[in-house]
Write a protein of this length. Structure first.
Length: 231
């Protein structure tokens, strides 16, 4: 099977070895299968986003396969079962001008994350990999990306702002609120993105807000419509 990678920059946040966290006491990080439906608004545009996950097992091992579908983008990720690190990502982006497919595959990883760092292959997998974060025990982290010179070309800071209740069609969900911003001078231009993850297992993304494509672009807001899991 081919494992087919993009929302632009902080827009990817709107829809982690550390690496993010570890499988707790041998328990799985995600259910065997999930179906999550979101409503996304970008300026005056509204669309549906569907995220599906499933546990895949084969002679080559086990991984979570995650697919994301929206009117102008389809993505597929292969996530490590212990960390939700995206070893493989494929995204197809459709526009009036073109259709572009991007693929990212980690063939070998020789960089170790620091004690306060999250190591990622790219920004687009962050919303999914962050579900494995050490919720309740860590409040801050630095996000570093593989493939950059010294790992420091673009570095983001992550802050857990605390708990908030988000009202959704399925009722009120108590969430961890996370704020992510670009370090340094560029941070003042791009601003912060906010994400809310359910406090209860399996820590799915409930809401996100941020710029859709950098300074001057419309705000992107992603909100949960429905969540279901298989056993």
């Amino acid at each position: 099977m081919a494992y087919p990678r993009k929302l632009p920059f902080i827009a990817a946040l709107a829809l982690v070895p550390v690496f993010v966290g570890a499988e707790v006491a041998g328990l799985p990080l995600l259910p065997v299968s999930e179906r999550i439906v979101y409503a996304r608004t970008i300026g005056d545009k509204s669309e549906e986003v569907v995220v599906l996950t499933r546990l895949v097992s084969s002679k080559d091992g086990a991984w979570y396969e995650l697919t994301m579908h929206s009117p102008d983008q389809d993505s597929l990720y292969r996530l490590d079962t212990r960390t939700l690190f995206a070893n493989y990502a494929q995204t197809t982006i459709r526009s009036k001008e073109s259709t572009i497919r991007r693929v990212t595959e980690v063939l070998e990883e020789r960089s170790a994350a620091g004690a306060d760092e999250i190591l990622l292959p790219g920004i687009d997998s962050l919303p999914y990999s962050l579900r494995a974060f050490d919720w309740g025990s860590r409040q801050k982290a630095k996000i570093r990306f593989l493939g950059t010179v010294g790992g420091s070309d673009f570095r983001f800071g992550l802050d857990v702002a605390g708990k908030e209740s988000i009202v959704t069609p399925k009722g009120e969900v108590v969430c961890w609120k996370v704020q992510i911003s670009l370090d340094g001078v560029l941070g003042s231009f791009f601003g912060k993105s906010s994400l809310w993850y359910s406090v209860d297992f399996p820590h799915y993304l409930v809401k996100s807000e941020g710029s859709s494509a950098g300074p001057g672009s419309p705000q992107s807001v992603l909100t949960l419509v429905s969540y279901s899991a298989g056993s």
